[in-house]
Design a protein around this ligand. Structure first.
Ligand SMILES: [Zn+2]
Length: 61
């Protein structure tokens, strides 16, 4: 799996280019906006879009 161009910080939903990618996963990431550095709180663009399009947790019926 190729390295993504950027990761999205799930804390503030801002893309960050400051990350280390190895063997198909994030090993290090830093959000320069909110200071988040928990790799569990970052998603690739692909993952983020999957989350955003998942309506199961929406409050609307
Ligand atoms: Zn952030």
């Amino acid at each position: 799996m190729a390295s993504p161009d950027y990761l999205i910080c799930l804390e503030c939903e801002t893309p960050t280019y400051v990350f280390e990618w190895k063997d198909g996963k994030t090993i290090e990431a830093l959000c320069q906006i909110c200071g988040n550095e928990d790799i569990e709180s970052f998603a690739t663009e692909e993952e983020y879009e999957a989350l955003a399009s998942d309506n199961r947790y929406s409050s609307h019926p």
